[in-house]
Design a protein around this ligand. Structure first.
Ligand code: WTA
Length: 653
């Protein structure tokens, strides 16, 4: 990546502070800030102490072997992830505790106790074995948000077969590319999933994907929707038929600490998907420790992470982290506004959700629908809130804090990535004083820095590149079959340090303020401005629900700012409103950041994980080549954004 200037100007300044409520602090898992200084003095000891809470088939000889940029954690140890997520609890008082509570889109409910989940996983592990899956073989899983998805993942972990989960909203082409890259002999899928009442035909997509892929020998199909599918003789197997014959005990395979647990394909809006490879022991230690300490988990919590398991957030914080810590993890198949925008709040009330972890994009959508929807429900069971996925603008933070959290719940704004496997920058809710919009400080044992392009630390108040300066247990091991790309993408910009690709600023209290992807930084008259800051300023206007800001070439200024704005429900578009918004940004962050053009639109184009497709918008409004569109994660994205732009600009008053 070419980075043209040393630092990024950071213009936003947020002043509010929220210390932990005394009642929360008194009962918190982490009450003593000494955890941070102790871990900083001896990070390996901190991680070794965390690792001791797990069940090992053989203890490790060495905590860390660091041969940059390749790290091996808990060298010499052997461990099984499914044994730690299941057997360890089944032989404890948690045996009959709910492990997974599930609600389907149309309201069906299922509860799996640890014992029941353990039996299902054992059986499915035997099904996989009977289909010829061996230790080290990659299994592709393409399923809706149903309990059989984590069951399949844990079964893979049990027999030491790395899984590759593909988000159930992806196309058959995306499945094909990933299956081909991973060379999976077995795919696990369902006849269909549901989205807003309509079936999503997964088996049909798999049929199209595996055409011409002789590597695939078997497809296991779970009957979720009961719709008709074609079953290919000798290749396709019904889940329920295979499970009926399977034995309910499958010994867990003792895996080497550095054996891969899974591959998860990730990509931005361009470029061939990267197969991020995560390890067994380091990953498990990282997600277990962060789940317990950040989400402050207690035995009686009802924990809900709203992500899809197809993304890393679901892997780490619906499945592996919560189950490794013996929590009750809630899974919801639907969306927040179906059938009505009170669905989530109804679930919080009915189940008595205590911890809610979601994304800023969802919070802004809820703000847009208005607070009457959450106000219909009793949300007093909530005691902790979390966010992940992008910087949360202070306006959305405050709304989440007051309207959802009743001004009593701390918010953990957690920064991390598919590659990092676990949260790296976050408040610990019992000790951190929160500032809306800041992810606060690194997790114990983690070293993060803000540097310029030469790798020199930049001072407080100045923006730069976020790097991680020492290995952490859940870090990616490599990119699947592509160690050169691993080195080039993450370790070549700043020698010896992991390059996150995000911009950030440290304030005078050494709090981190994330500024979005570096690619989204705009150069205006010599100032480098993070588009996220301008978006945040726009969203702080009471009539605005969401905003996307991109740069386009400008003869005098270098780049001009173009803003796309979604109004809150009930607000009308008008020319004076646009002027008002420009004035508002000028007042909030300064004249250079005032958008040159503002378009009011109904919605913003987003990736399936909810991130605004700024890169595609920017390329199109700047008249640039987007490059080889066949390698896009979603080849339809460019067409979609083109259509969206035509509609927006055609309609603009
Ligand atoms: C962004 C999701 C600011 C960031 C777990 C990162 C955030 C990318 C935050 C990774 C946060 C995630 N504050 N930005 N709390 N959390 N991001 O791989 O740009 O889907 O690099 O992993 O999301 O996205 P990914």
């Amino acid at each position: 990546m070419v980075v043209s200037s040393a630092t990024i100007d950071s213009l936003l300044k947020e002043k509010e502070q929220y210390p932990p409520p005394e009642s929360f602090r008194r009962q918190a898992v982490v009450r003593d800030p000494k955890i941070l200084t102790d871990a900083e003095k001896d990070p390996e000891k901190f991680w070794a102490d965390q690792a001791k809470e797990l069940r090992w088939s053989k203890p490790w000889d060495k905590v860390l072997e660091w041969d940059p940029p390749f790290a091996k954690w808990f060298v010499g140890g052997t461990i099984n992830v499914s044994e730690n997520c299941l057997d360890r609890h089944v032989t404890s008082a948690r045996r009959n505790k709910a492990a997974i509570v599930w609600e389907g889109e149309s309201g069906e409910r299922r509860v799996f106790t640890y014992h029941h989940l353990w039996r299902e996983v054992n059986k499915f592990a035997n099904v996989l074995r009977s289909l010829g899956v061996k230790r080290g073989d990659r299994v592709t899983i393409y399923m809706p948000m149903i309990p059989e998805l984590p069951i399949a993942m844990l079964a893979c972990a049990r027999i030491g077969a790395p899984h590759s989960v593909i988000f159930g909203g992806f196309s058959s082409k995306a499945v094909q590319d990933r299956v081909a890259d991973a060379e999976s002999h077995v795919i696990v899928t369902a006849d269909a999933g549901y989205r807003r009442g309509a079936p999503v035909l997964l088996k049909k997509a798999v049929d199209e994907a595996v055409e011409g892929l002789p590597v695939v020998r078997h497809v296991v199909v779970y009957k979720r929707a009961g719709i008709e599918v074609t079953m290919k003789e000798g290749r396709d197997v019904w889940w329920h038929e295979a499970m009926a014959k399977a034995d309910d005990w499958c010994p867990p395979e003792p895996m080497g600490a550095a054996d891969p647990l899974f591959i998860l394909y990730t990509s931005g809006t361009t470029g061939k998907p990267k197969g991020v490879v995560h390890s067994t022991a380091g990953y498990l230690v990282g997600v277990a420790a962060t789940t317990k300490l950040i989400f402050d988990l207690k035995e009686d919590d009802f924990y809900w992470c709203t992500a899809d398991i197809g993304w890393v957030t679901g892997h780490s914080y619906i499945v592996y982290g919560p189950l490794a810590t013996g929590a009750t993890s809630f899974m919801f198949e639907g969306v927040p506004d179906y059938p009505k925008p009170n669905r989530w709040w109804q679930l919080v009330e009915e189940y008595g959700v205590t911890i809610l972890y979601t994304a800023p994009t969802a919070i802004r959508a809820c703000m847009r629908w208005g607070e009457d929807w959450p106000k219909m429900h009793d949300l007093s069971s909530l005691r902790l809130l979390g966010t992940v996925g992008e910087p949360i603008n202070p306006e959305a933070w405050r709304w989440y804090y007051r309207t959802i959290g009743g001004s009593r719940c701390p918010i953990v704004d957690t920064w991390w990535q598919t590659e990092t496997g676990m949260v790296l920058i976050t408040p610990l809710p019992g000790i951190a004083t929160l500032k809306p919009g800041s992810a606060t400080r690194p997790f114990p044992g983690v070293a993060a820095e803000v540097v310029d392009e030469k790798g020199h630390t930049v001072g407080a108040g100045r923006g730069g590149y976020l790097v991680i300066s020492r290995p952490w247990p859940a870090m990616l091991m490599t990119l699947y079959k592509d160690p050169e790309r691993y080195k080039a993408t993450y370790w070549s910009q700043v020698p010896g340090k992991y390059f996150t690709g995000d911009g950030a600023r440290l304030d005078e209290d050494s709090y981190f303020w994330l500024m979005g992807r570096i690619d989204d930084v705009i150069n205006i008259s010599g100032h480098r401005v993070g588009t996220m800051e301008v978006e945040s300023a726009l969203v702080s206007h009471p009539k605005v629900a969401e905003a996307a800001v991109v740069g386009k070439p400008h003869a005098l200024k270098g780049q001009a700012l173009v803003a796309y704005v979604v109004l809150r429900t009930g607000e009308e578009r008008s020319e004076p409103l646009k002027d008002e918004l420009k004035k508002h940004v000028r007042a909030e962050i300064g004249p250079i950041a005032a958008p040159d053009e503002i378009y009011i639109t109904e919605k913003l184009p987003k990736t399936r994980s909810g991130k605004i497709m700024r890169r595609v918008i920017r390329a199109l409004v700047s008249g640039q080549e987007i490059g080889d569109t066949t390698t896009l994660e979603d080849p339809g994205a460019v067409e979609e954004v083109k259509k969206w732009l035509e509609a927006v600009e055609g309609k603009a008053p």
